[in-house]
Design a protein. Structure first.
Length: 293
């Protein structure tokens, strides 16, 4: 049985038992398709949402809040019953003593191809490749793994391994685009490789402490900010070793977290921290500059 520890500070965990792990909202944009193809997909969003919210991905009893997440699917092509789409994957987790949600994932995956027939039934089976359900299973495992990383050090490893196993199933299929090793800014293979590569262990350990700080911020702000500064130091070390933008994992972190980091450090006494962030994460330099004015 999975026991999820919310915070080891002063919290008494509040738990609710569910069979499924996700609370997923699915939105579909059909503008890139003909009217005929749109009609074939009229039930698609509801079927995907039902699959994400009724499948038990971990195979174990799940205690705790369901993980809030979303999939926004942009269809960009169709040929008969074969479709291609871009998918934006977002997940969050609650913050202690706050109505705010901490962003966990913000991924734009440009390469999802699959065959879909209207009223097609979906069956969960992570041992067999199927272009729709394997894609959904992959991101379910990534979402669950990321959530676990915030409650236990390296807690997401088993789910990241499951996700990587799905990549190996997919690579030999006719729908392998998006699953193969790639030099693109984002790839499923690159994300899993980084998550499971020991050279990123220090980042993953700091990721856990960072989210401890996100919760601690509500009761011990100064201590929390110091932990966040330590996370920035780890990012500086990782940038020196591998380059922030050359790593799918580190780029995903900066894209998801830059606004939260700014919010948590906006009254930090040493504003030089935002110059350090600019060097680590030049993509969002304009946002850091706003704090330096």
């Amino acid at each position: 049985m999975i026991i999820r520890i919310f915070l080891t500070l002063v919290l008494i965990p509040f738990t609710f038992s569910f069979s499924q792990e996700l609370n997923c909202l699915v939105t579909v944009n059909y503008e890139g398709l003909s009217v005929e193809n749109r009609e074939r997909l009229v039930d698609f969003s509801g079927i995907i949402e039902s699959y994400m919210n009724t499948t038990q991905f971990t195979g174990e009893a799940w205690e705790g809040q369901k993980i809030d997440c979303s999939l926004t699917i942009f269809f960009n092509g169709a040929s008969s019953d074969d479709y291609s789409a871009q998918v934006v994957v977002v997940s969050t987790r609650p913050v202690f003593r706050s109505t705010r949600q901490s962003p966990m994932l913000t991924i734009s995956d440009p390469n999802w191809s699959f065959r879909y027939v209207r009223n097609q039934a979906f069956y969960a089976n992570q041992a067999t490749f199927e272009p729709i359900t394997t894609f959904l299973d992959f991101y379910a495992n990534i979402i669950i793994g990321y959530d676990w990383e915030t409650w236990a050090e390296l807690g997401g490893t088993q789910y990241f391994n499951k996700a990587f196993n799905l990549i190996t199933l997919a690579i030999g299929s006719p729908y392998k685009k998006g699953w193969e090793q790639s030099s693109d800014a984002y790839s499923r293979w690159g994300l899993c490789q980084d998550l499971l590569n020991d050279k990123y262990r220090a980042f993953r350990e700091a990721f856990y402490v960072y989210h401890y700080a996100v919760d601690e911020y509500q009761i011990r702000k100064k201590d929390a900010q110091n932990k966040i500064i330590n996370m920035i130091a780890v990012l500086e070390q990782m940038q020196a070793k591998v380059g922030l933008n050359s790593s799918v994992l580190l780029k995903q972190f900066s894209d998801s977290k830059y606004a939260e980091i700014i919010e948590l450090l906006k009254d930090y006494p040493d504003y030089a921290i935002f110059n350090r962030l600019k060097k680590i994460d030049p993509q969002h330099a304009a946002k850091y500059d706003e704090m330096l004015r």
